[in-house]
Design a protein around this ligand. Structure first.
Ligand SMILES: [Zn+2]
Length: 375
């Protein structure tokens, strides 16, 4: 446990085993699904609910689309649903671990022969920004069309990273293969959805859940806060141990996701320090009538300080002109696999673009490569 983590108060809740549920509040359950990455799990939530005169459960987030995750969902349905259907799927955002299985859950969890477990078809609830982007990226036909477009280089990760100083040819080849990666984990999405809006709370289980929109990590992330339960489903916006990734990708190369993210964190400041936070990765924290430290506000302060420090380090290193690839090992000094490298590259660029938007650095393009230098 690092120093920052030691300031966090974890809720004294046992971790649910694969295929099991752990109750975290009245009618609210925690489940974990495996992920085939260095970040090896995602937390999902089930809430007892009633919709259109039916009793059942609402799922918050889904896990990625693979057979292991489907088998675990089947196991949970058999052990815990007691014949009740999944009534609704709420997805916090478009990332594959959060929405990858929405299409399958919303078809009533069909078996390999296509036989649905439930005749009820749960609707998918997401923000417009997340739903539209997920639909766009999950379309394989569109991905193919994009690859063949005359300006395909503009959206290629390999070219994006080359413009930012990646010189290793092996990495270039690996990055070229990443186009279409999203579609491999989110093969499709339901063709209709219910739109989540910030001023339109959801009623789940007879209680009101406010929608808190956040930017920077994904286009229009929805976190959910239930005042009656003093419970925050924070998605990926507020995590206890790791800092949320925010990346600059080829589709929006001049974006300022870190600026958007830090602004968005302010939207959580009105919530109480003692709310129980249910994050998508790591363990629930806060709660327990905390009034001064170890909960939400402690973590928000840590996140601001963390990024302020990273920005200062990046700025100090850019006293001479540097590419993002040169700044990356300053911000990420540990060994990275290629998957981690792509996120580290995107996040390094998020810090450099923040400095650039704040006019702390200037950006020069020399022979097709971008250099950042302290202004
Ligand atoms: Zn995410």
């Amino acid at each position: 446990m690092n120093k920052l983590e030691s300031e966090i108060h974890y809720a004294p809740l046992p971790m649910p085993a694969a295929g099991e549920l752990q109750q975290v509040a009245k009618g609210v359950y925690w489940l974990r699904m495996p992920l085939p990455f260095a970040l090896d799990h995602i937390n999902l939530w089930l809430v007892e609910d009633a919709l259109d005169g039916r009793e059942g459960l609402t799922a918050i987030d889904t896990g990625i689309s693979n057979d292991d995750t489907k088998a675990l969902w089947q196991q949970i349905a058999q052990s815990y649903f007691k014949g009740r259907p999944l009534l609704r799927v709420v997805s916090t955002h478009m990332h594959p671990d959060h929405v990858g299985l929405a299409h399958w859950l919303c078809q009533g969890m069909p078996d390999p022969e296509g036989q649905a477990q439930f005749e009820w078809r749960p609707p998918l609830a997401m923000t417009l920004g997340e739903y539209a982007t997920a639909r766009l990226w999950s379309s394989r036909a569109l991905a193919e069309e994009t690859r063949q477009a005359p300006d395909a280089q503009a959206t290629s990760m390999a070219e994006h990273f080359r413009r930012h100083g990646m010189t290793n040819q092996d990495d270039y080849a690996k990055a070229q293969k990443r186009d279409g990666f999203y579609g491999s984990m989110v093969p499709s999405l339901p063709l209709n959805y219910q739109r989540l809006l910030p001023h339109k709370p959801l009623t789940i289980g007879g209680m009101t859940w406010d929608i808190i929109i956040g930017h920077g990590h994904s286009p229009e992330h929805a976190a959910l806060f239930c005042k009656d339960l003093n419970l925050l489903v924070s998605g990926d916006m507020v995590l206890p141990r790791i800092s949320t990734n925010m990346s600059v990708w080829a589709t929006e190369p001049d974006a300022d996701p870190l600026g958007l993210y830090l602004d968005s964190l302010r939207r959580f400041e009105h919530l109480p320090e003692d709310c129980l936070i249910l994050p998508s990765h790591g363990k629930p924290f806060g709660g327990e009538r905390l009034e001064t430290s170890g909960g939400l506000h402690t973590r928000l302060r840590q996140l601001h300080e963390h990024h302020d420090d990273r920005l200062s380090e990046a700025l100090a290193f850019c006293q001479t002109p540097r590419t993002a690839a040169q700044v990356l090992p300053v911000l990420f000094p540990r060994a990275l696999d290629f998957h981690q490298f792509t996120f580290a590259m995107g996040e390094t660029l998020a810090h450099l673009n923040r400095l650039w938007h704040a006019q702390c650095v200037r950006r020069d393009c020399i022979e097709g490569v971008f250099y950042f230098k302290a202004a």
